[in-house]
Ligand binder design. Structure first.
Ligand code: S0N
Length: 292
């Protein structure tokens, strides 16, 4: 039944998206990731290693980073979806078969924990990032969904940290952001016992935003994306920075402050300073009101 909001704005479409595949970003061909965009402004990034339950290796993370960077820079993209190929897993974390001493080892033989850089990239990206989760989101894969802004879960989704069972842990966002999401007691339970939780339990503890039948997962994700696309991109951007700033200390203030500078550069007052410098005259800021 339409409410006053939907009467003014119209119902949000539940139509399937028309995806256009981006197979190269001016770099090497994507092998571990599928990257797609829709005309309406949604970018979809899919971890594509279903035989390994979408576990990531250094190359996977590198490709994800290329795609997120492209989606950030593309002014037509307003919302980004991160998901996993198939129905069995969103992501099962670091690929244990390439784990060496000091990190995950890529083709160059170097051990890396480059997923930590990806977590920061997603968090700092000034557009909403939505995790679309079917099946397992465990280990480092669980952390990836947690650093996304929203999580839409299918009813077959399973969440948890396995680190203490396989000899790994994330003492960064994986612990501290989790505690912000689910509370200290539950976060300690999740990490210390390394249990797995179904989608309903995840919803109850505030780990995900909604749970839908598996066959509705992409449709529901699109609806949430389309609702956000109707809203002010600057409002969403600054809100994301503000919510980050409350957790991220100086780095968070820097992100929020950068937004203030970006807006100030767009104002007449900000431009008066630059203009005066270029014209080799004293700036005249007297015409700008001091608001209460
Ligand atoms: C996901 C699980 C529960 C699925 O079980 P299921 O459905 O029974 O399938 P399987 O038969 O077990 O798996 C199918 C095939 O996929 C392979 N596979 C699955 N997961 C991985 C993986 N993570 N690495 C390598 N291979 C994987 C299976 O081996 C199997 O292959 P075949 O058919 O050839 O036998 C179940 O698979 C499971 O429990 N998986 C392991 C989950 C796990 O422990 N992940 C690692 C956890 N740790 C991390 O992620 C650390 C990450 C990290 O890099 C990090 C480090 C420091 C700071 C931060 C991070 C961070 O990530 O944030």
């Amino acid at each position: 039944k339409p409410n006053s909001y939907s009467r003014v704005h119209g119902a949000v479409s539940r139509a399937p998206a028309v995806w256009r595949r981006v197979s190269s970003l001016g770099k090497e061909e994507l092998t571990d990731v599928i990257y797609e965009k829709s005309e309406e402004g949604i970018a979809k990034i899919t971890i594509n290693r279903p035989d390994k339950r979408n576990a990531f290796r250094p190359r996977t993370i590198q490709e994800l980073s290329w795609c997120f960077s492209d989606a950030r820079d593309d002014p037509r993209v307003g919302v980004i979806v991160l998901t996993g190929a198939g129905e069995l897993a969103f992501c099962s974390g670091g690929d244990q078969s390439v784990r060496g001493k000091g990190g995950y080892v890529g083709e160059d033989g170097i051990a890396r924990l480059n997923v930590l850089d990806l977590q920061v990239q997603i968090r700092r990206l000034p557009k909403p990032v939505v995790a679309q989760v079917a099946g397992y989101a465990v280990g480092g894969g669980h952390i990836l969904h947690m650093v996304c802004d929203l999580t839409i879960a299918a009813d077959n989704a399973i969440f948890g940290q396995t680190g203490p069972k396989v000899g790994s842990f994330d003492a960064g966002y994986g612990s501290t952001h989790m505690a912000r999401l689910v509370g200290q007691k539950k976060a300690r339970e999740m990490w210390f016992l390394a249990r797995l939780y179904d989608a309903r339990e995840a919803l109850d503890m505030g780990l995900v935003n909604t749970v839908v039948p598996l066959d509705q997962l992409e449709t529901e994700t699109l609806v949430w994306c389309r609702e956000m696309l109707r809203n002010s991109p600057t409002a969403l951007r600054v809100l994301k920075a503000a919510l980050n700033a409350a957790e991220d200390g100086q780095a968070g203030i820097q992100e929020l402050g950068g937004n203030a500078t970006m807006l100030f550069y767009q104002s007449e007052e900000g431009n008066e300073g630059r203009q005066a410098y270029m014209e080799k005259r004293a700036p005249d800021f007297t015409k700008f009101k001091r608001l209460p």
